[in-house]
Design a protein around this ligand. Structure first.
Ligand SMILES: O=C(O)Cc1cc(O)ccc1O
Ligand SMILES: [Fe+2]
Length: 432
């Protein structure tokens, strides 16, 4: 990893130039931009969105993005979009073991070709819903960029580090960190070896920090820990391939030069990275297991208050101190649908069966909770303060039911015996 520079602060209005004097001062679109650059505005919201939700950045670049070729369809049969491309969903809990990362000699996969959609919901044309993908990657993108006009992408690396070259600069992320790439911003993914990541593709309202209510003005994910890149552009000759996701399909074209030609930019629409070690967890210091919403890092609201299009929730290392309390999650059924992954370590509700790199799906109103072994242990454990350490699980939680893809049901290593993990929960009623 190199010593990249970053700018701090979720939602900040950043200003950065890779060459001194490139950024216009006092106006956005002077008659002539310095250094022969072109001005280009990228909006992540309607122009008229309320100030608190308005997202846009000004890019000063060597050529504007209109200088490109015509698009033709690009085949990526594993990439699916919206509920319509999912399979019928049984009302069962589902779980998968880690999907192996193919060896580069067997099947070379970059980020675009390595995407495997696991679950989908919503409708991309209605700007609502999301997909959870895996990306199984063993090769860097070289003169190829990806642009997702269908949604913003939240990357959760699980194995292997990523170098993300974006129009707005370079970010490096490793397991334990996440990256948020705004809709429509070109990026490419460089890897160092076999790499697995979870990806949330959010068709809905952009992710933002959750309201804190009575928690107050600090805590959970603090804004200053989100890092944006500084302006950087690449040199190098030769054509570039642009792969664009647009309307649920992939398209490709060739253009003469690199899209990573932005010499300066300013604004609040920017890729971000965040290290989950900076998440300030809050939990019970008296009794009872709180709702997992206390672990929300980012939320994409829907048009119903408090009922998210998608919440990104983490289960990081933390102390368990609650008295006279069954400390793991309770048994439950929820309106919301829960897709989970495990970056590393053990998850307290499923210490053995849920593997790092694996996935689980508990859709709306599907009962779930600790497996029989976890129940037994937690029901009899001494309630001394206990650190859940070396662990990071996460959840993409959505108001819309997820549909698994054909890949998830037929290709991925599904744990066919998942439901048996609860079979040992016998009737223990003691009639007085
Ligand atoms: O089901 C799960 O494992 C996720 C979850 C965790 C928790 O602490 C409370 C509720 C919940 O859905
Ligand atoms: Fe749950």
């Amino acid at each position: 990893m190199s010593d990249l520079k970053y700018q701090n602060g979720f939602g900040n209005h950043f200003a950065t130039e890779a060459v001194p004097g490139a950024l216009p001062q006092g106006r956005n679109s002077p008659q002539q931009v310095a250094l022969g650059l072109y001005a280009e505005l990228v909006s992540g919201s309607a122009f008229t969105a309320p100030r608190a939700e308005n997202l846009r950045s000004w890019l000063y670049r060597r050529q504007p993005s209109v200088v490109t070729g015509a698009y033709r369809p690009y085949a990526q049969p594993w990439l699916k979009t919206g509920a319509a491309e999912g399979q019928p969903m049984p009302p069962d809990p589902l779980r998968w073991h880690p999907v192996p990362i193919p060896r580069a000699e067997e099947q070379a996969l970059d980020f675009v070709d390595g995407l495997r959609t696991v679950v989908v919901n919503g409708d991309v044309e209605a700007q609502s819903g999301m997909a959870a993908h895996l990306a199984l990657v063993n090769r860097s993108m070289a003169r190829r960029a990806f642009v997702n006009a269908d949604g913003e992408m939240l990357l959760v690396p699980q194995e292997g580090a990523l170098r993300l070259v974006t129009e707005l600069g370079v970010l490096e992320v490793k397991p334990g960190e996440i990256a948020l790439l705004p809709r429509g911003i070109a990026f490419k993914v460089e890897v160092q070896g076999p790499t697995r990541l979870y990806v949330c593709e959010n068709y809905g309202a952009p992710f933002r920090l959750p309201e804190l209510g009575p928690i107050g003005s600090n805590g959970l994910a603090n804004p200053r820990d989100f890092l944006a890149p500084v302006a950087a552009f690449e040199d190098g000759e030769g054509p570039y391939e642009i792969v664009k996701k647009y309307g649920g399909a992939l398209w490709r074209n060739e253009q003469a030069g690199t899209p990573f030609n932005v010499v300066a930019w300013h604004g609040n629409l920017a890729p971000l990275k965040y290290d989950t070690v900076n998440f300030m967890t809050i939990g019970s210091i008296s009794f009872d297991h709180p709702d997992p919403s206390i672990f929300t890092v980012l939320t994409s609201p829907s048009d119903t208050p408090g009922t998210a299009n998608c919440d990104f929730v983490i289960f990081p290392p933390r102390w368990m101190v609650a008295e006279d309390t069954f400390r793991p999650p309770w048994y439950h059924r929820n309106l919301m649908s829960e897709f989970m992954g495990l970056v590393y370590g053990q998850y307290d509700a499923k210490p053995e069966g849920f593997k790092p790199g694996g996935m689980s799906l508990h859709n709306g109103m599907v009962p779930h909770g600790p497996d029989a072994e976890a129940f037994e242990k937690a029901s009899t454990a001494p309630l001394a303060p206990h650190k859940l350490d070396n662990t990071l699980a996460f959840m993409f939680e959505s108001r819309w039911r997820f549909r698994p893809t054909a890949f998830a049901l037929q290709e991925a290593p599904r744990d066919a015996a998942y439901a048996e993990c609860w079979a040992g929960l016998g009737d223990r009623f003691q009639q007085p």
